[in-house]
Write a protein that binds this ligand. Structure first.
Ligand code: C2E
Ligand code: MG
Ligand code: MG
Ligand code: MG
Length: 283
């Protein structure tokens, strides 16, 4: 790029870029230590059944409390983890901790099952052992497979298609649920969607935002809900912040929802109380 711009290759370097690179390398080294030292933890955002207003479970979301820099968001550290391969041990830790927690809450609720959704990066599919890792964690934690949902973006369907399809079929065979996260923002086609063993579509927050009082653009969210219905898939709306959005999605027949309207992602102790309190907790 620099050469074609006519500046010679030195034009590619700038002090700001070096500073950016150093910051990134530092963050990478810190993330490696954080993993080893147990400085990552999980927050949990409730998933609400729109028919009953009950909390049926949670999405586990990774948090990093950096000793000097404070809270670092997943938007910052997940891309670094993906680029460096750290996402593999990180992803394994998240899965294990989320399953362990779901089993604990299920027992505390006298067996009322806690559904747990865990984000899985497309990079975790690059390694051939994802299925074994999931199977091992289910066995070790005692998590019933049907309580675990793996969330992945459309990129999993679009890259390494044959290999990823095979892994997804094997994951399905374990009994876990598969969801497409941020659905509608990628480029997957209907053909891909039908070919893959997907159970759930998570409607991206950008479509839910359009259901706000000012814009009232229901077309896209409605299309995804109806698509889900015709393919026999459940739909989950992400990022509900207002009652109007909730009412519109309920009207469309969307099954489940998450969003600040119900609850932000919260630490484990708070999430446990939300589940035990049931429907009243998020109304
Ligand atoms: P995501 O999986 O789509 O998760 C939803 C994100 O939207 C979360 O951000 C959540 O806090 C936020 N959110 C939920 N409700 C609302 C709302 O009503 N309004 C708004 N404005 N935002 C809402 P978070 O926790 O910062 O995570 C961002 C992304 O980082 C996640 O998007 C996911 O892609 C990734 N991520 C987080 N934890 C993990 C993990 O353990 N593994 C992997 N691979 N990715 C993760
Ligand atoms: Mg997600
Ligand atoms: Mg999402
Ligand atoms: Mg996302």
């Amino acid at each position: 790029k620099a050469k074609s711009a006519g500046g010679g290759c030195f034009a590619a370097y700038h002090p700001d870029m070096l500073a950016g690179l150093v910051a990134r390398l530092e963050l990478e080294a810190d993330l490696r230590l954080a993993l080893e030292r147990g400085q990552l933890h999980l927050h949990y955002q409730p998933t609400v059944d729109l028919a009953t207003s009950e909390v049926i479970g949670f999405e586990a979301l990774a948090r990093w409390q950096h000793p000097e820099r404070g809270m670092i968001t997943p938007a910052e550290f997940i891309p670094i983890a993906e680029a460096t391969g750290l996402i593999v041990p990180l992803g394994r830790w998240v899965l294990n901790e989320a399953c362990r927690q779901a089993v604990e809450w299920t027992q505390a609720a006298d067996g009322r099952p806690v559904k747990m959704a865990v984000n899985v990066s497309v990079r975790q599919f690059d390694r051939a052992d994802l299925v074994e890792v999931v199977a091992g964690i289910l066995a070790e934690t005692g998590m019933p497979a049907d309580q675990l949902c793996l969330e992945m973006t459309e990129s999993v369907l679009m890259t390494d298609t044959d290999d990823n399809l095979e892994q997804l079929l094997r994951l399905k065979a374990l009994g876990v649920t598969l969801a497409i996260d941020d659905f509608g923002t990628g480029y997957s086609s209907l053909a891909y969607l039908r070919r893959f063993p997907v159970d759930t579509l998570k409607i991206d927050r950008s479509f839910v935002e359009r259901l706000g009082a000012l814009t009232d653009d229901t077309a896209l969210a409605d299309t995804i809900v109806q698509l889900g219905k015709s393919l026999g898939m459940a739909t989950v709306a992400e990022g509900i912040e207002e009652f109007g959005q909730l009412a519109a999605l309920r009207e469309m027949g969307c099954h489940f929802a998450q969003g600040y309207y119900f609850s932000r992602p919260v630490p484990a102790d708070e999430a446990g109380r939300l589940f035990l309190d049931g429907a009243d907790a998020v109304r």
